[in-house]
Design a protein around this ligand. Structure first.
Ligand code: PLP
Length: 410
C-alpha cells in the first residue's frame, strides 16, 4: 500500500486512466474547434463533442442530448441555472426557495440575487440534514420562480428525496434546479423520473478532468428558457458562449460512460468499505458520532465527530491520510462547518468532525490502515485532553451512583 492515502473524494477525484486515454488525442492531432463548420478538423471535434453529450445525457436519463449545456464546472452551472432563471422570470416573480446546507455555489449565488432585490427562503434541515417537503410547500408563494435543492450533500452525504421535491415542483408549476454534483455517477439520477428541470454536474467529481461541467436544461414539458450569464458567439444554443473545451468534454463524456457501466457494482463496494470503516472506528472508540443520515447517504461518505479531539489537530496527526475536517479556515478564525451547525450539532462537536470520502480507487487495505491510524491518534490526543479525563471521571461517577441506586432497590 502507498501513502499518502487519498480519502477526500468529495473535494475532487483522481482522473480515471481510461478518461485520460480518451482525452489525449484531442490535445494533439485532433485539435479542431467544434464550431468550425467548414473543414474536417472542426467536424472531427464536433463529432467527439456530440458523442460526449450523448454519454452525459444517458447517465442522467435526459430525453435528448441537446439538453446538455457545457460549462466550466458545477459552480458555473449553479450560477447559470439560478441567475439565468432569475433574469428570464423577472416578470413572473422574484422569490427563490433553497436550503441552508447547499454548496456555496448555490448559497452565494442566491445572496448575490438578494442584493439585487430578489427574495430567498433558506429552508432549515432536520438532525440528519433532510428538508421537510411540507415546509417547502408552505414556503412557496405566487411569486416563487425557482426551487433549488441539492441531490446529495458534499459534507455529510445526506441524500434528499429528490423525486418527491420534483413532483411537488411540478404540481405547483415551479422550475426545479438540482445541484447533483455529488449525486451523479454515485447514485441513480434520472431527470425524467425525478422531475428535474435543471441539473448541475461536474467532471472532476466523477473521475473526469477539472474545469469542465454541464447544466442539463429541460427542453420540453416544460421548455425551460434561461438568460445567459456569458455573452459571445452564441454557442450552446445561446446559453453559454465560448469555444468548447473539447478534450475536457471528451473526458467528461468518458467519465460518465464508465460511471453508468460501473455504478451498481461501485456503489455496493463503496457502501461495504464505508461500513467497514465505521464499524472499525465505533468498535474501538467511545464518544464518536455519525453526522448525516444513517442509511440515506452517499455510498462513499462517512462523516464522524470525535468528541474531545480538535478535527484540525487530528488532521495534522494524520498527515499521511488525506481527509477533510468540519472546520473551514476562513481568514484568521476557524469556523465550524455551516452544514454541521445546520443539523443542530454543537460548535464544540462540529469542530471535532472528519469527513472520509471514499472513492473508486480506495482499497480495503487503505480502509483498515486508516481505521488503525485514526484510533491510534484519537486515543493519543484524548490522553492529552483534560476535558476528556473529566468527562470520563463524570461518567464513572454516574455509573457508580446508578449501581448504588439499583443495589438499594434490588
Ligand atoms: C464540488 C461541488 C460544486 C462545485 O463544483 P466545481 O465543478 O468544482 O465548480 C458544487 N456543488 C457541489 C455539491 C459540489 O460538491
Amino acid at each position: 500500500m502507498n501513502t499518502p492515502v487519498y480519502m477526500d473524494n468529495h473535494a475532487t477525484t483522481p482522473m480515471d486512466p481510461r478518461v485520460l486515454e480518451a482525452m489525449l488525442p484531442y490535445f494533439t492531432e485532433k485539435f479542431g474547434n467544434a464550431a468550425s463548420r467548414n473543414h474536417s478538423f472542426g467536424w472531427e471535434a464536433e463529432a467527439a463533442v456530440d458523442e460526449a453529450r450523448e454519454r452525459i445525457a444517458r447517465l442522467i436519463h435526459a430525453s435528448s442530448s441537446k439538453e446538455i449545456i457545457f460549462t466550466s464546472g458545477a459552480t458555473e452551472s449553479d450560477n447559470l441555472a439560478i441567475k439565468g432563471i432569475a433574469e428570464s422570470f423577472e416578470e413572473k416573480g422574484n422569490h427563490i426557495v433553497t436550503c441552508v446546507t447547499e454548496h456555496k455555489a448555490v448559497l452565494d449565488t442566491c445572496k448575490a440575487l438578494e442584493r439585487r432585490g430578489y427574495n430567498v427562503t433558506y429552508l432549515p434541515v432536520d438532525q440528519y440534514g433532510l428538508v421537510d417537503p411540507e415546509q417547502l410547500c408552505e414556503a412557496i408563494t405566487d411569486r416563487t420562480i425557482l426551487i433549488s435543492l441539492m441531490a446529495a450533500n458534499n459534507e455529510i452525504g445526506t441524500i434528499h428525496p429528490i423525486k418527491i421535491i420534483g413532483r411537488l415542483a411540478k404540481e405547483k408549476g415551479i422550475i426545479f434546479h438540482c445541484d447533483a454534483t455529488q449525486g451523479v455517477g454515485k447514485i441513480p439520477m434520472s431527470v425524467e423520473e425525478m422531475g428535474i428541470d435543471l441539473l448541475s454536474m461536474s467532471g472532476h467529481k466523477i473521475y473526469g478532468p477539472k474545469g469542465i461541467g454541464a447544466l442539463y436544461v429541460r427542453s420540453k414539458k416544460p421548455k425551460v428558457r434561461l438568460s445567459p450569464i456569458i455573452d459571445g458567439g452564441g454557442h450552446e444554443r445561446g446559453m453559454r458562449s465560448g469555444t468548447l473545451n473539447v478534450p475536457g468534454i471528451v473526458g467528461f463524456g468518458k467519465a460518465c460512460e464508465i460511471c453508468q457501466q460501473e455504478l451498481p457494482k461501485e456503489a455496493a463496494c463503496l457502501t461495504r468499505l464505508r461500513e467497514r470503516l465505521k464499524e472499525g472506528i465505533f468498535s474501538q472508540l467511545d464518544e464518536v458520532y455519525v453526522n448525516g443520515h444513517p442509511t440515506q447517504r452517499l455510498p462513499g461518505n462517512m462523516n464522524i465527530s470525535f468528541a474531545y479531539v480538535e478535527g484540525e489537530s487530528l488532521l495534522m496527526a494524520l498527515k499521511e491520510i488525506a481527509v477533510s475536517s468540519g472546520s473551514a479556515c476562513t481568514s484568521a478564525t476557524l469556523e465550524p462547518s455551516y452544514v454541521l451547525r445546520a443539523l443542530g450539532i454543537e460548535e464544540d462537536l462540529a469542530h471535532t468532525s472528519i469527513r472520509f470520502g471514499l472513492g473508486r480507487f480506495n482499497t480495503e487495505e487503505e480502509v483498515d490502515y486508516t481505521t488503525r491510524r485514526v484510533v491510534q491518534e484519537v486515543s493519543r490526543l484524548r490522553d492529552l485532553s483534560p476535558l476528556y479525563e473529566l468527562a470520563k471521571a463524570d461518567l464513572r461517577k454516574k455509573q457508580r451512583d446508578e449501581e448504588k441506586i439499583q443495589g438499594r432497590f434490588s
